[in-house]
Structures are given as structure tokens and as C-alpha cells.
Design a protein around this ligand. Structure first.
Ligand SMILES: Nc1ncnc2c1ncn2[C@@H]1O[C@H](COP(=O)(O)OP(=O)(O)OP(=O)(O)O)[C@@H](O)[C@H]1O
Ligand SMILES: [Mg+2]
Length: 249
């Protein structure tokens, strides 16, 4: 287990919201400055999932969300992952009210658990600080002037593009060795900061062995992100990388 990072304020006395980082269809990320007893402070990314039952823009705004749209779930991601009891799995697949209740409770917990496991395994992932029902707190990647850019919009020269790809491969090896597939890997869910690639956005991560579609998700992740590098002019082979990853499982 890696030790808790020393920049982290573990006993906060004050949280100040500095602003909204992004506001999307599934979650809003707020930047929070957290101060401790000794006056030390750190930056926290607070990811708030849009509530599932509320689809109305006015209601969401009343809850403090800037923008609203319908929250969509893809139950395929959850199959074989968390709901090992067939009764629970059926409820989720059919989206009964009991099924929705199960999802609500486990959504942030799942992202937190996967990120914690991968952080411990040494992945370049924001340190997962904690979670509650619909809020996940993470290390903020960036500084007071702004968040790290997503890979898709990071200004990368050729050497940095090559470095980013190397870090992608190293990161994928860590993720797959730990038995996971990200499930939504793209140049949107990778950040670039100080010459370092960061993996984010894990709520749909699947256990490769337990999920019948685990390898399909992994294949899609790898080919998607390799196509992005390919379009940027790097000679990369997604199928070869996929095969390499099968070898570390
Ligand atoms: N720890 C972080 N530090 C800095 N920026 C972050 C962090 N986490 C997320 N972001 C920013 O917020 C964006 C959305 O976060 P994330 O990908 O986790 O949520 P999402 O489910 O894709 O949200 P949506 O679908 O609503 O866009 C990221 O693409 C990134 O720009
Ligand atoms: Mg995302």
C-alpha cells in the first residue's frame, strides 16, 4: 500500500469552493480549497454525480448543478461486477426502483474502490480522498489557475506525444494487471499535466474476469485511444497493444 500523500489535509477545518471545473452530462467537478488546523491547504476536485431521479433542469439547478440533462446508465457495465446476487442483478437490469436504489448507493463507491486499488498499484491516477452517496473527492490535477487539460486539447510536441503514449502503455499494464478494464478510455478521460499522463473517470470500470464483456471493453478502450494517437501522427498498433495486454492478465 502506498502511504497517504503528504500534501493531503486529513483533518479539514474549512472547505472553500473556488469554482466549477466542468459541468457535463453525468457529473459536475468543483474545485475546493481545503484548509487544516495548522493552516495548510490543498486543492480537491469534488465530483458530484447528477442525481438519477431528477431530470428536470430547474430541479437540478436548485440542487446547485449548472447544467442538466438525463443521466443514463449502461447496465451492461454492471453485469457480473457488483451485483453478484441474481435478484439484485435482475433488479438493476430491469431498472426497478430497488435496482436504481442499488446503483445510487454503489456508483461513487465503485469509482472510489477502483481508483484506490489502482492508486495502490502505482497508477498515475488522482489520489481518491473519499466519497459519500453522490460525491467523490479526488486530488485536483492542475493549479489555482486552472485544471490540467484533457489529453485531446493538451499542447503536445512530438516528444511529449511519444512520452504520453509510453505512459499510456505503462498505465494500461498496471490497470490490466490489477484485473480491470477502464471501460471509457479516451483522450477526454486522460489529463496531461507537467509532462505526466493521468487516468481519470472510472465509474464504469469493469472486472475483466467477472464481466462477460470485459475483454470487449478493453479492446474498445485500447483501439479508441490508439486511434487518437494514430491521428496525431504516431505510428501505433492498437491490436498489438491489446495482445500485449492480454499477456499481462
Ligand atoms: N481530479 C481532477 N483534477 C482536475 N480535473 C479533473 C479531475 N477530475 C475530473 N476533471 C475534469 O472534469 C472532467 C469530467 O470529469 P470525469 O471525466 O471524471 O467525469 P464525467 O463522468 O466524464 O463527466 P461528464 O460525463 O459529465 O463530462 C474531466 O474530463 C476533467 O477535465
Ligand atoms: Mg469523463
Amino acid at each position: 500500500m502506498r502511504p497517504v500523500p503528504d500534501w493531503l489535509v486529513v483533518e479539514p477545518v474549512d472547505d472553500i469552493e473556488l469554482g466549477v471545473v466542468t459541468s457535463g452530462k453525468e457529473a459536475q467537478i468543483d474545485l475546493v480549497e481545503r484548509t487544516g488546523h495548522d493552516g495548510r491547504s490543498c486543492l480537491v476536485a469534488r465530483k458530484r454525480y447528477l442525481p438519477r431521479e431528477v431530470h428536470n433542469k430547474g430541479e437540478l439547478e436548485a440542487l446547485g448543478f449548472q447544467r442538466a440533462s438525463t443521466f443514463r446508465h449502461d447496465v451492461r457495465y454492471r453485469e457480473g461486477r457488483q451485483f453478484r446476487k441474481s435478484r439484485d442483478r435482475r433488479a438493476v437490469e430491469r431498472m426497478t426502483s430497488y435496482g436504481k436504489h442499488l446503483l445510487q448507493d454503489r456508483w461513487t463507491g465503485h469509482e472510489y474502490d477502483v481508483m484506490s486499488t489502482l492508486w495502490d498499484a502505482g497508477l498515475s491516477v488522482p489520489y481518491p480522498i473519499g466519497y459519500s452517496t453522490d460525491v467523490l473527492e479526488l486530488e485536483f490535477i492542475g493549479d489555482r489557475d486552472g485544471a490540467a487539460p484533457q489529453l485531446r486539447s493538451a499542447p503536445l510536441g512530438r516528444p511529449q506525444l511519444e512520452a504520453a503514449f509510453e505512459q499510456l502503455v505503462d498505465g494500461l499494464i498496471v490497470i490490466v494487471s490489477a484485473g480491470w478494464s477502464h471501460g471509457d478510455l479516451s483522450a477526454y478521460n486522460l489529463l496531461w499535466w507537467d509532462d505526466r499522463l493521468w487516468f481519470i473517470d472510472f465509474p464504469q470500470a469493469v472486472d475483466i474476469a467477472a464481466n462477460p464483456m470485459g475483454l470487449d471493453f478493453l479492446h474498445r478502450d485500447v483501439t479508441n485511444v490508439c486511434e487518437w494517437f494514430d491521428r496525431r501522427g504516431l505510428d501505433v498498433d492498437g491490436e498489438a497493444l491489446f495482445a500485449q495486454l492480454l499477456g499481462v492478465m
